[in-house]
Design a protein around this ligand. Sequence first.
Ligand code: SF4
Length: 401
Amino acid sequence: MVNGKEQKKRAAISFNPVNPVSPVKAFLPAPSSRPGLYIHIPFCRSKCLYCDFYSVASSAAFPAWLQAVQREAALYKERFHDFDSLYLGGGTPTVLGERQLAQMLDCLHKHFTFCPGSEMTIEANPDSLSRDKLKVIGSLGINRISLGVQSLDDRDLKYLGRSHDSKQALKSLDLVRSCGFADLAADLIYGLETQSMQGWRRTLDRILEFRPEHISCYQLTFESGAPLWKMKAAGRVRSIGEKLESAFFIWTSRYLDKRGYQHYEISNFARCPEFMSRHNLKYWGHVPYLGLGPSAHSFHAGSRWWNVKSIRKYCRLLAEGKAPIEASEVLSEEQLDLETLGLGLRTSAGVDLHALAGRLKMDEALAELQKSGLVKVTNGRILPTRKGFLVADSLPLMLYG
Ligand code: SF4
């Protein structure tokens, strides 16, 4: 599945925060053309209030799920091979026990090959990590831990309905480092009504003490259907508003930039190109990826398909020898162009002007966007500025003719 944590719509194009036009400087390596493998592990300890990812608050269905994943892997083993990234996401993969994690990796290795030096990520939550589990995770070849810290302020964590507190989060950051993992990614959320700019800065400063190789800063979104969305509709919680959200975004980008982090995608920062998420670069670069598990998305040769969002249905369809696909689409040339623009303009690499020549409303629209400080054109590429990142979702339609 394309990781659901990407940020959604941003502030209106007319918003003009203080000094936001500074260019985004991150150098972005071209994504590898090898495919990536995503496994959706739909189990959590409990459901967070803001979450709309498909998962259930129990791992009792693990044996049936694993058998179904094995069947689904068998469907694709001829079409997909030689992966150079694995992303175990969800859900909370680390709610699984050591033995279950080993069984799952064993199943994947039986069906697929991974190139030497593959990036292998597991999403982890602070309350489901232990030294023993991390040792097993390392022994399975997983070399990147994506830790769902979200905040180091207990009021924020309570507001989000997280099942851990700040003490557990700090302990798990320590644990990951002391177990020798050299690629630590910390996930954070900003834009909560419980959070002041000073509080957000305290969280970032504390996180920076661990020198994570990668930091994701997601703006809180009220996803329709999530409990927080219902609480907002009932007037029990509120959004901080676009103006403040944009101020948080710009401030965060500049703050992390000053501390040596490259802002290479709207929500993502890396200490150097080597630590940019190789797996996620495939999503943004139209590189093939295979997603296994309920609700997982896949992309190959201009086609996209996604699985049913139900463990029961997923297992039943595979037991009947059917692919568990909910729907699929073949992207037209125009759709692919628009996506290339949309995905490219979410990253600091931008898009190649010449690859889309003749299809863009070049002269007028591009000049207008440059004048507004939303994009720059450098070395034949359209590059978003920080301010451009704020409206990245609107840029493609403004450019596409
Ligand atoms: S741990 Fe992650 S996947 Fe599970 S409910 Fe919370 S946000 Fe959603």
